[in-house]
Design a protein around this ligand. Structure first.
Ligand code: HEC
Ligand code: HEC
Ligand code: HEC
Ligand code: HEC
Ligand code: HEC
Length: 257
């Protein structure tokens, strides 16, 4: 993983978790309640970044594919954040005088990572799960789970913000009721699940007609979408088709190795 994020101070968290994993359920609940406070979860708080990078501009209006910048999201556990070279494929030629892009040009000239004006090495990491939680992007993309179900209305954001606190309950709600979340575009059912994920953004950019579900996903409400009875039936068929084993996915060891 490239060294583009500021290190997180969570050594303490690691130590306390080793203990908390053997605590009874009541204590677990107390912990979950605590971790829901906004100060701790930073949901919908745009973070300070060295450059005001806009997904609305780049991913929606310009229609650049997520994978152009987050190159490992389909194949790896981490999505990765793009290095300076990726920005310079365009910004060595366009918007070359923008003062907002000065940190990119400086990084390009010096070979050092993108930094804040005060010298802090950015980008600030928006989304995290604690170190004792195992997460893997590729399996989710492979099952057609949209980025926006987990990351919210990212294509509408001028500054990236965390959409979900990523509580255990929230992960489990999908793992236990997967049929409510699996779907295909009814007009393009032959696309593979992973193609479905990226095709949604293409449809958005082209101004294509969206289903109610697709619209809610793009609006950042995909995790609370209420599927119709018919959609649940289709979801159950997909659970079967993809061979999703719900019990196994809800097993503690799936996320806590
Ligand atoms: C032109 C490059 C580019 C494209 C295209 C792009 N991103 Fe990003 N993305 C970035 C950069 C740079 C950051 C780090 C700065 C930030 O958080 O805004 C980032 C951050 C993110 C983050 C937060 C990362 C963290 O710190 O937790 C998410 C989530 C994300 N992108 C999702 C997407 C999705 C979904 C798409 C496609 C719809 C997409 N991105 C398209 C460049 C891009
Ligand atoms: C595929 C081409 C492309 C790539 C790659 C790209 N950009 Fe851009 N970017 C653009 C275009 C085009 C604009 C002008 C958008 C507009 O205002 O309509 C722009 C505008 C911007 C602006 C606003 C500049 C201003 O003065 O208003 C910033 C900041 C920016 N990009 C940052 C980045 C960063 C950081 C990266 C790398 C993570 C990046 N861009 C990658 C094409 C690109
Ligand atoms: C099932 C939920 C889920 C889906 C779907 C998802 N993400 Fe994430 N994403 C997460 C979680 C959880 C993290 C924090 C991971 C961590 O801390 O290790 C994260 C972190 C990130 C990051 C920060 C860098 C990293 O890899 O840790 C980026 C960038 C990102 N996601 C982009 C994307 C893009 C692009 C897509 C769609 C192609 C996507 N995500 C789909 C849950 C999801
Ligand atoms: C919207 C639905 C959804 C959400 C939300 C979600 N997952 Fe998943 N997850 C899936 C599906 C679907 C699979 C694939 C199951 C299968 O094919 O058996 C999966 C599989 C996994 C796996 C197994 C990976 C492997 O390599 O076998 C892990 C680990 C995982 N998820 C962790 C998480 C964590 C942690 C969160 C919360 C931060 C989360 N998931 C949120 C749908 C979801
Ligand atoms: C789908 C992924 C997933 C599964 C399965 C899962 N967890 Fe978690 N767990 C998480 C995430 C994400 C967190 C961190 C967020 C939070 O604290 O809610 C977490 C946090 C915890 C914590 C720390 C709570 C706190 O407040 O700090 C404990 C203890 C825990 N899990 C125990 C378990 C046990 C026991 C099981 C099996 C019954 C289990 N987990 C199954 C994802 C999962």
């Amino acid at each position: 993983m490239p060294n583009v994020f500021k290190p997180q101070a969570n050594t303490l968290a690691k130590a306390s978790v080793a203990m908390s994993l053997i605590l009874p359920v009541a204590v677990l609940y107390a912990g979950v309640t605590f971790s829901r406070s906004p100060a701790n979860t930073k949901v919908h708080v745009p973070l300070d970044q060295p450059i005001p990078f806009s997904h609305k501009h780049h991913a929606w209006e310009l229609g650049i594919d997520c994978r152009f910048c987050h190159i490992s999201v389909e194949k790896g556990a981490v999505a990765s954040v793009p290095p300076t070279e990726t920005c310079m494929t365009c910004h060595s030629q366009i918007w070359t005088n923008s003062p907002l892009l000065e940190p990119v040009r400086k990084s390009w000239e010096t070979g050092a990572p993108i930094k804040f004006v005060n010298g802090d090495v950015g980008w600030n990491k928006v989304n995290t799960v604690p170190d004792f939680v195992y997460f893997n992007h590729s399996i989710h993309i492979d099952r057609g789970i949209s980025c926006s179900i987990c990351h919210g209305a990212i294509t509408d954001q001028q500054i990236t913000e965390k959409a979900n606190p990523f509580q255990m309950r929230w992960c489990l709600d999908c793992h236990r009721n997967t049929e409510r979340f699996l779907y295909k575009d009814p007009e393009q059912p032959n696309l593979s699940p992973r193609q479905q994920v990226f095709n949604l953004y293409l449809k958005l950019q082209e101004g294509a007609t969206l289903t109610r579900r697709e619209q809610e996903i793009l609006d950042g409400r995909g995790d609370t979408y209420k599927p119709t009875e018919f959609e649940i039936k289709e979801g159950l068929a997909l659970v079967k088709e993809y061979g999703v084993i719900k019990a196994q996915n809800s097993d503690c060891s799936t996320c806590h190795h």
